[in-house]
Design a binder for this molecule. Sequence first.
Ligand code: B12
Length: 224
Amino acid sequence: MRNNIKESLVSCVEQLDEENSIRLAKEALDDGIDPIYLLDLMNEGMKRVGILYDCRDYFIADLIMAGLIFRQILELEEMTDFFHRTYDKKSGKIVIGTVKGDIHDIGKDIFRYMLEAYGFDVIDLGVDVSREIFVKNVEKHNPDILALSGVLTSTVDEMKEVVNSMVEAHLRDKVKIIIGANHLTQDAFRFIGADGFATDASVGAKLCREWVNAGNGQGVEGNG
Ligand code: B12
């Protein structure tokens, strides 16, 4: 893919130019770009949108537009084809959701598509998921892994509460917990008490696959 197309794609997303963002993404896919790399470029555009929002040049409507553009690119046929090819026949079972107070779901969905590609049976609880719902679904589905997404920095405390709820429900030693978001650090990870964390969906998905393949014990730390 030519460098100017890369930069144009990132800046079209930044400028919320829906038509050209989608056109360039299609062109890049036709050119044979790695879909994961395309997601990285989109992410870069989203970060720039976030900065403009921070500077008050953009407003909430602009965040909504950015989300719609990303979603449309994620749903292009070439992208869904990529995620629908399955590498492994049968992996494990995973329950995922964005924690209470947060309705961002694009990163969670990318993580989910990657796990599905790895052959995981995924139970997606959606966004703004309460501790009680996480506990109920871990009891019901008995997954190998529980995955928590939380893009807002304020979700650190809620993630910790979800982990605590698993302890209280006597489920903590039955399920491995991975947490994921851009803002997560080693300190936040330790505070929350999960088994692994990643700032990048593909790093997190690989870690989950390692856990299940190894059928292993405690404390693997992944990060992005
Ligand atoms: C689009 C967007 C929205 C859309 C979301 C649409 C949707 N369907 O998700 C909407 C309009 C709903 C929205 C709302 C809000 N948003 Co917003 N939003 C964004 C924006 C521009 C892009 C987010 C995005 O989709 N990025 C692309 C995806 C791919 O990235 P991602 O979600 O981070 O996922 C990556 C990793 O985090 C990781 N990952 C994510 N989940 C998981 C899970 C696991 C298990 C693993 C392993 C990995 C993983 O993998 C992905 C990369 O591979 C960001 C800017 C930014 N810098 O990200 C702001 C941003 C996240 N929003 C922000 C804010 C403030 C808000 C609002 C509070 C605004 C308001 N005043 O109402 C509300 C919050 C509503 C709520 N209660 O949740 C802030 C958060 C600041 C903070 N410190 O917490 C940001 C950073 C913008 C900014 N710079 O100020 N937003």
